[in-house]
Structure formats: C-alpha cells, structure tokens
Design a protein around this ligand. Structure first.
Ligand SMILES: [Zn+2]
Length: 357
C-alpha cells in the first residue's frame, strides 16, 4: 500500500511537473526548430505532450482554461485517486476484501505502471523541450533588439561536388567548376564541408546573440548550389555582407594559419566593393588570429574566384586554417577552437559595422 501511495505521489508530482513545464514551454511563444526537432525524435508519450504544448499555448492565448483530453484525464486521476484510496487503509478490512482490493490494486498498479512510464517519458520530453526552448532563448535571446545589420554566411562546399562549369563572373568566358570538392582533414579525415557548416552554425548563434539578422546560405550538407548561385542568393537576401567559410589545403603540410580573400581594386565585376571587402577581410583574419593564436596569413586579393566575382555586397572568403596541416586539422575539429573562430569573426563584424559601414 505505502509503496502504491508513494507511487501515486510521485505520479502526481510528475504529472504536475510535466504540465508546469508545458505551460512554461507554451508561454515561450514562437517555437524554435531545435525544440521541434527534439519533440519529433521522441516516442509516443512525447506526442501527447507535443500536442499538449500547442493546446497549452492556445489556452494561454485565448484565456481558456481547458486543455487536451489527455491532460484533463491525467489531472483528474492525479487529484482524485489518492483521496479515495487513503481512508481505505488496511487495518479494519477483512482478509477477503483485502484480497479483492489487492487484486484490483494490482490491476490498477499494472495500468498505472504503464501510465507512469508514459507519463515519465512525456515528462522527460516536456522537460527536454522546455530546456531546449529555454536554452535556445538564452542563446538567441529574442529580446535582443535587431541592430540593423544582416549578415549572410556561406558554409563552403557541400557533400557532393558539382564539376560542371560556370563563368567565374557575370558574362565572363572563363569557366570553373560550379562547386569543387573541398579539402579533407589530413589527420581527422573530416571533410571541409562539415567543418565549414559546423563553424557557420556557431557563427550564426554568435551573431544572433549580438542582435544581427543572419542568412544561412546552406544549413545541410545535401545541397547542390554553385558558387555563383550562392552569391546570387546572398545578393537577394537583403544581407549587408557575405562571409564565406573555407579551410585550405596545400601539398606542403607544414603550411598553417588563417587568411582572408577578396577582390582587387581593379576587379572587372565588382571593384566598387573592394574597399569594404578588404576592410572586412582584414578585420576577420586579424581578429580570428587573435582569438585562436594561429598564424596570420593576411588578406589575399584575387579576381579569379567565382566565390567573389558574383557578389554585389562586400564579401570575405575566410580560410579558417589548413586541413593539410595535421596540427591545424586537429584544432579545427575542436569545439572550443571553433567557438574562438566564431567569436573572432563576430567581433570583426561588430568592428566593421561600428565604423559606419
Ligand atoms: Zn574550400
């Protein structure tokens, strides 16, 4: 009996805690993709609470106190059962009624066990969803006001290279592969397209935390977008600047360090963007080398890059390091090091816009 009661007490607590978490989650307003992804990965129990969260949000909006059937039932059981069970404690009951009670209780127990399990699963899912929503809020802090600047981030390369050709700039007759295969970490074996997207996502969060709007040119590896197409997407996005992340590779494995690339001041397609692009590029390489401690290889100017020539907004192609250098490859795979790259770039972006650009 007392174990049953404890079980009921725990169940009550779990249900109340889960509902509380739900209301909090529902009150957060716009649901973030992280929370949605998380709930879609959880089992059947979470399904109920996924719906419950919507209902809770709706009832908050409309002021109604009603909730889903499942919620009402769970509340009723949690509140009602112990009250009727308590006065029937075993002292005065006859053996036969105790047996009957025990039999019916064991039925209840088994039904409650599975219910408790699903409630427990749902509670965990709700708590996880709430934590995800809360931490997402903390990271993206929707209360941070828009600072007026939008940054496009292109994570270089993609899972499958596209070797068909495109002009290196508008109306150019010089052709290059639409999307060349990237480098591969010499010691990690990690492909460049993975490193670039990992850092791009960290940079996205870092910039959102600072009040920027961010346009991600790609968010998955499974895309087929050429250099020119990515530039055009950035041009049309309303972004003020474009940052393209890459990691280099050289035959000489001793070469390491970061470098930025932009157009020359005589670029036939977008020379007018040179000064701002150079300024941004220099700030990025300088700041990141400060935060990470890697070698500063400066800014390189070129007019043969289709990553640059199609751009109609200031652009920096940032080579974060060399995957062909065993040490730098190892650094580039490190979560903390990637964070330093992201915060370094974000600091440079702050400094760039602080100058009135
Ligand atoms: Zn690359």
């Amino acid at each position: 009996m007392s174990r049953m009661k404890k079980g009921n007490g725990l169940l009550r607590f779990l249900v109340v805690a889960a509902l509380f978490a739900l209301v909090l989650t529902g009150c957060n307003g716009a649901r973030k993709y992280e929370a949605v992804d998380l709930s879609s990965e959880t089992a059947a129990g979470a399904e109920m609470f996924g719906n419950g969260a919507d209902l809770a949000a709706e009832s908050t909006d409309t002021g109604a106190s009603g909730s889903g059937d499942a919620d009402v039932q769970a509340l009723g059981e949690a509140a009602g059962e112990p009250l009727s069970a308590d006065p029937e404690g075993g002292d005065v009951a006859s053996e036969s009624s105790e047996l009957a009670e025990a039999a019916s209780e064991s039925e209840e127990l088994s039904s409650e066990m599975s219910e408790a399990e699903s409630v427990e699963a749902a509670r965990e899912a709700a708590a996880a969803a709430y934590t995800a929503a809360a931490s997402d809020d903390a990271e993206t802090a929707p209360e941070i006001p828009f600072n007026g600047h939008t940054v496009a981030i292109d994570a270089g390369h993609q899972a499958k290279a596209n070797t068909s050709k495109e002009p290196i700039g508008p109306s150019s007759t010089t052709m290059k592969a639409k999307m060349p295969e990237g480098a591969v970490g010499t010691s990690s074996g990690v492909p460049e397209y993975e490193v670039t997207l990992t850092v791009a996502k960290k940079l996205e969060k870092e910039l959102i935390n600072r009040g920027y709007h961010v346009v991600m040119i790609r968010t998955s590896h499974d895309v087929n977008m050429s250099s020119a197409e990515r530039s055009v997407a950035a041009n049309k996005s309303g972004a003020d600047i474009l940052i393209r992340l890459h990691a280099g590779s050289m035959d000489n494995s001793s070469v390491y360090g970061a470098l930025s690339t932009c157009m020359t001041a005589q670029n036939p397609y977008n020379a007018s963007l040179h000064d701002k692009s150079y300024n941004l590029s220099k700030k990025i390489v300088d700041t990141v080398c400060g935060t990470t401690g890697t070698k500063n290889r400066g800014v390189q100017e070129t007019d043969s890059s289709s990553d640059i020539n199609w751009c109609e907004i200031p652009v920096c192609v940032f080579e974060m390091g060399f995957l062909s250098n065993p040490d730098e490859d190892t650094w580039l795979q490190d979560d903390g090091y990637q964070g330093k790259i992201a915060s370094g770039i974000a600091g440079a972006v702050d400094a760039y816009f602080a100058e009135g650009n």
